[in-house]
Design a protein around this ligand. Structure first.
Ligand SMILES: [Zn+2]
Length: 205
């Protein structure tokens, strides 16, 4: 298992380097590459499950984006692309409990996805919510290269699954400390997480 885990780390790192070297054209091409992980597929093969969220701008925001999820054994590789962000800034990104992007902040989507009932924190450094993800960082042109792998959730329907839930990019960076949301501010864009190629799915309420 550790060999596969290492392969995933290598694939994510290598793909990130390629993205940095080749720029937006490759990011867009990879994002069109449904259900695959770009360069990672050479090492990892075909994912056992994939999911996508298309993030629509919240009221007063012009930010839009797309987040994709690909499952390899117990590990999920997350990639994201956004439009309309300011350059050289960080933004919070979290999976939320409910599959409802309507309403004011926190009312429709609920809190951060937290099946373990733990405190908010930094991904990779327990305790943290399953839905806590690393901050999105933009470059000098406002572009994003985002790749992250996690075992904190799976691409399933159920208590630890993200299908039917929502994902939100927030106005401010997550400080990974402040409870319950890292002081990451109001939503900029929100999307429903659905199985790729499948039915729309049943929102978690
Ligand atoms: Zn959290």
């Amino acid at each position: 298992m550790w060999i596969r885990r290492r392969a995933i780390h290598l694939a994510v790192a290598a793909a990130a380097i390629v993205l940095l070297a080749t720029g937006c054209e490759s990011i867009e091409r990879m994002n069109e590459d449904r259900g695959r992980v770009g360069l990672g597929t050479e090492l990892l093969g075909t994912p056992t499950a994939t999911a996508t969220a298309r993030l629509a701008a919240a009221p007063g925001s012009l930010v839009e984006g797309r987040v994709s999820f690909a499952q390899f054994d117990a590990i999920v590789v997350v990639r994201a692309n956004f439009f309309g962000l300011a350059p050289n800034r960080e933004y919070g990104l979290h999976v939320h409990e409910k599959g409802d992007c309507s309403g004011a902040a926190g009312e429709g989507p609920g809190g951060h996805f937290n099946p373990g009932g733990t405190a908010h924190g930094q991904p990779g450094k327990p305790p943290h919510h399953a839905g806590d993800m690393p901050n999105v960082r933009t470059d000098g042109e406002g572009s994003v290269t985002y790749m992250f792998d996690t075992k904190a959730f799976s691409i399933t329907v159920g208590p630890t699954g993200v299908l039917g839930r929502s994902i939100i990019i927030s106005r401010d960076r997550d400080d990974y400390r402040t409870q319950p949301d890292g002081n990451s501010g109001a939503p900029l864009a929100c999307g429903f997480i659905r199985a790729e190629g499948g039915a729309f799915g049943v929102p978690v309420k």
